[in-house]
Design a protein around this ligand. Structure first.
Ligand code: B16
Ligand code: MG
Length: 213
Protein backbone atom coordinates (compact mmCIF):
# COMPACT_ATOMS: atom_id res chain seq x y z
CA UNK A 1 0.00 0.00 0.00
CA UNK A 2 1.52 3.31 -1.08
CA UNK A 3 1.00 6.21 1.29
CA UNK A 4 2.60 9.31 -0.23
CA UNK A 5 3.41 10.89 -3.58
CA UNK A 6 6.51 12.96 -4.40
CA UNK A 7 6.42 15.11 -7.51
CA UNK A 8 9.25 16.64 -9.48
CA UNK A 9 8.51 20.19 -10.71
CA UNK A 10 10.10 21.13 -14.04
CA UNK A 11 8.65 18.93 -16.78
CA UNK A 12 6.12 17.20 -14.49
CA UNK A 13 3.95 20.00 -13.08
CA UNK A 14 4.73 22.73 -15.58
CA UNK A 15 6.58 23.11 -18.84
CA UNK A 16 9.56 24.89 -17.29
CA UNK A 17 11.79 22.05 -18.58
CA UNK A 18 11.26 23.67 -22.00
CA UNK A 19 12.26 27.08 -20.57
CA UNK A 20 15.49 25.61 -19.13
CA UNK A 21 16.19 24.05 -22.55
CA UNK A 22 15.65 27.37 -24.37
CA UNK A 23 17.93 29.26 -21.97
CA UNK A 24 20.71 26.64 -22.08
CA UNK A 25 20.43 26.48 -25.90
CA UNK A 26 20.98 30.24 -26.08
CA UNK A 27 24.07 30.03 -23.87
CA UNK A 28 25.45 26.92 -25.64
CA UNK A 29 25.22 28.76 -28.99
CA UNK A 30 27.74 31.28 -27.59
CA UNK A 31 30.14 28.34 -27.12
CA UNK A 32 29.42 27.22 -30.74
CA UNK A 33 27.51 24.19 -29.44
CA UNK A 34 24.15 23.23 -30.91
CA UNK A 35 22.32 21.82 -27.89
CA UNK A 36 20.18 18.86 -28.99
CA UNK A 37 17.27 16.94 -27.44
CA UNK A 38 19.77 14.20 -26.48
CA UNK A 39 21.98 16.72 -24.68
CA UNK A 40 18.94 18.16 -22.96
CA UNK A 41 17.76 14.80 -21.62
CA UNK A 42 21.07 14.62 -19.73
CA UNK A 43 20.53 18.09 -18.23
CA UNK A 44 17.05 17.45 -16.85
CA UNK A 45 17.03 17.24 -13.05
CA UNK A 46 20.70 18.29 -12.92
CA UNK A 47 21.63 21.38 -10.85
CA UNK A 48 22.36 24.68 -12.58
CA UNK A 49 26.13 24.54 -11.97
CA UNK A 50 26.45 20.87 -12.92
CA UNK A 51 24.45 21.54 -16.10
CA UNK A 52 26.89 24.29 -17.12
CA UNK A 53 29.85 21.99 -16.40
CA UNK A 54 28.35 19.37 -18.76
CA UNK A 55 27.69 21.94 -21.49
CA UNK A 56 31.24 23.32 -21.28
CA UNK A 57 32.54 19.78 -21.48
CA UNK A 58 30.49 19.03 -24.63
CA UNK A 59 31.61 22.34 -26.17
CA UNK A 60 35.26 21.74 -25.24
CA UNK A 61 35.36 25.12 -23.46
CA UNK A 62 36.93 26.21 -20.19
CA UNK A 63 35.77 29.26 -18.20
CA UNK A 64 37.45 30.86 -15.23
CA UNK A 65 35.35 30.96 -12.02
CA UNK A 66 34.23 34.56 -12.66
CA UNK A 67 33.07 33.79 -16.22
CA UNK A 68 31.43 30.57 -14.99
CA UNK A 69 29.34 32.40 -12.37
CA UNK A 70 28.52 35.21 -14.82
CA UNK A 71 27.18 32.70 -17.36
CA UNK A 72 25.16 30.88 -14.67
CA UNK A 73 23.52 34.21 -13.81
CA UNK A 74 22.88 35.07 -17.47
CA UNK A 75 21.22 31.69 -18.09
CA UNK A 76 19.09 32.10 -14.99
CA UNK A 77 18.10 35.62 -16.09
CA UNK A 78 16.86 34.30 -19.46
CA UNK A 79 15.03 31.49 -17.68
CA UNK A 80 13.37 33.94 -15.27
CA UNK A 81 12.23 36.15 -18.18
CA UNK A 82 10.23 33.13 -19.41
CA UNK A 83 8.95 32.30 -15.91
CA UNK A 84 7.85 35.91 -15.36
CA UNK A 85 4.77 35.59 -17.58
CA UNK A 86 3.61 32.25 -16.07
CA UNK A 87 0.29 31.90 -14.29
CA UNK A 88 -2.15 29.16 -13.25
CA UNK A 89 -2.90 28.43 -16.92
CA UNK A 90 0.66 27.13 -17.35
CA UNK A 91 0.15 23.80 -15.60
CA UNK A 92 0.87 20.80 -17.86
CA UNK A 93 -2.20 18.86 -19.09
CA UNK A 94 -3.92 16.83 -16.38
CA UNK A 95 -2.09 18.43 -13.44
CA UNK A 96 -5.12 20.18 -11.96
CA UNK A 97 -7.17 16.97 -12.21
CA UNK A 98 -4.31 15.01 -10.58
CA UNK A 99 -4.20 17.40 -7.61
CA UNK A 100 -7.99 17.28 -7.23
CA UNK A 101 -7.96 13.49 -7.18
CA UNK A 102 -5.08 13.42 -4.66
CA UNK A 103 -7.16 15.63 -2.31
CA UNK A 104 -10.25 13.45 -2.85
CA UNK A 105 -8.30 10.27 -1.96
CA UNK A 106 -6.51 12.04 0.91
CA UNK A 107 -3.04 11.35 -0.50
CA UNK A 108 -0.29 13.62 0.88
CA UNK A 109 1.97 15.27 -1.72
CA UNK A 110 5.56 16.54 -1.48
CA UNK A 111 7.71 18.35 -4.00
CA UNK A 112 11.21 17.06 -4.82
CA UNK A 113 12.88 19.50 -7.20
CA UNK A 114 16.50 20.32 -8.09
CA UNK A 115 15.60 23.93 -8.83
CA UNK A 116 16.52 27.02 -6.80
CA UNK A 117 13.50 28.67 -8.44
CA UNK A 118 11.00 26.02 -7.33
CA UNK A 119 9.06 28.17 -4.86
CA UNK A 120 8.86 31.06 -7.33
CA UNK A 121 7.48 28.78 -10.06
CA UNK A 122 4.99 27.15 -7.65
CA UNK A 123 3.76 30.58 -6.57
CA UNK A 124 3.31 31.62 -10.22
CA UNK A 125 1.08 28.61 -10.92
CA UNK A 126 -0.70 28.86 -7.55
CA UNK A 127 0.40 25.54 -6.05
CA UNK A 128 2.60 26.45 -3.05
CA UNK A 129 -0.11 25.40 -0.58
CA UNK A 130 -0.89 22.11 -2.33
CA UNK A 131 2.14 20.40 -0.76
CA UNK A 132 2.65 19.00 2.71
CA UNK A 133 6.40 19.43 2.18
CA UNK A 134 8.69 21.14 -0.32
CA UNK A 135 12.27 20.03 -0.99
CA UNK A 136 14.29 22.09 -3.47
CA UNK A 137 17.91 22.97 -4.23
CA UNK A 138 18.09 25.21 -1.17
CA UNK A 139 17.31 22.33 1.22
CA UNK A 140 19.70 19.60 0.05
CA UNK A 141 23.48 19.16 0.00
CA UNK A 142 23.51 16.49 -2.71
CA UNK A 143 21.46 16.94 -5.88
CA UNK A 144 19.87 14.22 -8.04
CA UNK A 145 20.92 11.43 -8.83
CA UNK A 146 21.76 11.32 -5.09
CA UNK A 147 18.65 10.16 -3.17
CA UNK A 148 18.75 13.03 -0.61
CA UNK A 149 15.99 15.10 -2.29
CA UNK A 150 13.49 12.25 -2.16
CA UNK A 151 14.54 10.93 1.27
CA UNK A 152 13.96 14.41 2.73
CA UNK A 153 10.59 14.65 0.96
CA UNK A 154 9.55 11.27 2.44
CA UNK A 155 10.58 12.53 5.88
CA UNK A 156 8.37 15.60 5.44
CA UNK A 157 5.48 13.33 4.45
CA UNK A 158 6.29 11.05 7.38
CA UNK A 159 6.03 8.07 5.01
CA UNK A 160 8.59 5.23 4.65
CA UNK A 161 10.61 5.35 1.41
CA UNK A 162 9.24 2.07 0.10
CA UNK A 163 5.71 3.49 0.43
CA UNK A 164 6.38 6.55 -1.72
CA UNK A 165 5.71 6.99 -5.44
CA UNK A 166 7.90 9.46 -7.33
CA UNK A 167 6.83 11.18 -10.56
CA UNK A 168 9.86 12.31 -12.58
CA UNK A 169 10.72 13.43 -16.12
CA UNK A 170 14.50 13.10 -15.77
CA UNK A 171 17.00 10.27 -15.90
CA UNK A 172 18.88 11.65 -12.88
CA UNK A 173 15.59 11.98 -10.96
CA UNK A 174 14.55 8.38 -11.66
CA UNK A 175 18.02 7.25 -10.54
CA UNK A 176 17.68 9.33 -7.35
CA UNK A 177 14.25 7.84 -6.56
CA UNK A 178 15.48 4.29 -7.21
CA UNK A 179 18.46 4.92 -4.93
CA UNK A 180 15.93 6.00 -2.28
CA UNK A 181 14.11 2.66 -2.72
CA UNK A 182 10.96 4.29 -4.12
CA UNK A 183 8.50 3.28 -6.85
CA UNK A 184 8.94 5.46 -9.96
CA UNK A 185 6.52 6.76 -12.56
CA UNK A 186 8.33 8.23 -15.56
CA UNK A 187 6.58 11.23 -17.08
CA UNK A 188 7.71 10.64 -20.64
CA UNK A 189 8.73 7.72 -22.84
CA UNK A 190 10.82 4.61 -22.05
CA UNK A 191 13.54 5.64 -24.56
CA UNK A 192 14.28 8.77 -22.49
CA UNK A 193 13.68 7.20 -19.06
CA UNK A 194 14.70 3.52 -19.33
CA UNK A 195 14.72 2.82 -15.57
CA UNK A 196 11.17 3.83 -14.52
CA UNK A 197 8.72 1.25 -13.12
CA UNK A 198 5.84 2.60 -15.24
CA UNK A 199 5.12 5.54 -17.57
CA UNK A 200 2.50 8.22 -18.12
CA UNK A 201 2.52 10.91 -20.81
CA UNK A 202 1.14 13.39 -18.27
CA UNK A 203 -0.19 13.37 -14.69
CA UNK A 204 -3.81 13.30 -15.91
CA UNK A 205 -3.21 9.79 -17.27
CA UNK A 206 -2.24 8.37 -13.89
CA UNK A 207 -4.66 5.73 -12.63
CA UNK A 208 -5.08 6.24 -8.88
CA UNK A 209 -6.58 2.75 -8.59
CA UNK A 210 -3.03 1.38 -8.90
CA UNK A 211 -2.12 3.53 -5.93
CA UNK A 212 -5.11 2.55 -3.86
CA UNK A 213 -4.71 -1.22 -4.36
P1 B16 B 1 17.45 26.21 -11.39
P2 B16 B 1 13.40 19.69 -11.42
C1 B16 B 1 15.60 20.98 -12.30
O1 B16 B 1 14.28 21.00 -11.77
C2 B16 B 1 15.57 21.01 -13.83
O2 B16 B 1 15.09 19.79 -14.32
C3 B16 B 1 16.95 21.24 -14.36
O3 B16 B 1 16.89 21.37 -15.78
C4 B16 B 1 17.53 22.52 -13.76
O4 B16 B 1 18.88 22.73 -14.22
C5 B16 B 1 17.55 22.38 -12.25
O5 B16 B 1 16.21 22.17 -11.78
C6 B16 B 1 18.08 23.64 -11.57
O6 B16 B 1 17.17 24.67 -11.80
O7 B16 B 1 18.43 26.75 -12.37
O8 B16 B 1 16.07 26.83 -11.49
O9 B16 B 1 17.98 26.19 -9.98
O10 B16 B 1 13.10 19.04 -12.72
O11 B16 B 1 14.23 18.85 -10.48
O12 B16 B 1 12.16 20.27 -10.77
MG1 MG C 1 12.08 17.63 -13.97
Amino acid sequence: MKQGIILDLDGVICDTAEFHYKAWKRLAAEYDLLLTHEHNEQLKGVSRADSLKLILDWAGRVLNPEQFNRDLDRKNGWYLELVESMNSKDLLPGVRDFFERAVRYNIPLALGSASKNARLVLSKVGLVDAFKGIVDASTVTNGKPHPETFLKAAELLNVASENCIVFEDSLSGIQAAKAANMYTVGVGIPQDLPLADEYVSNLGNYDFQTYLN
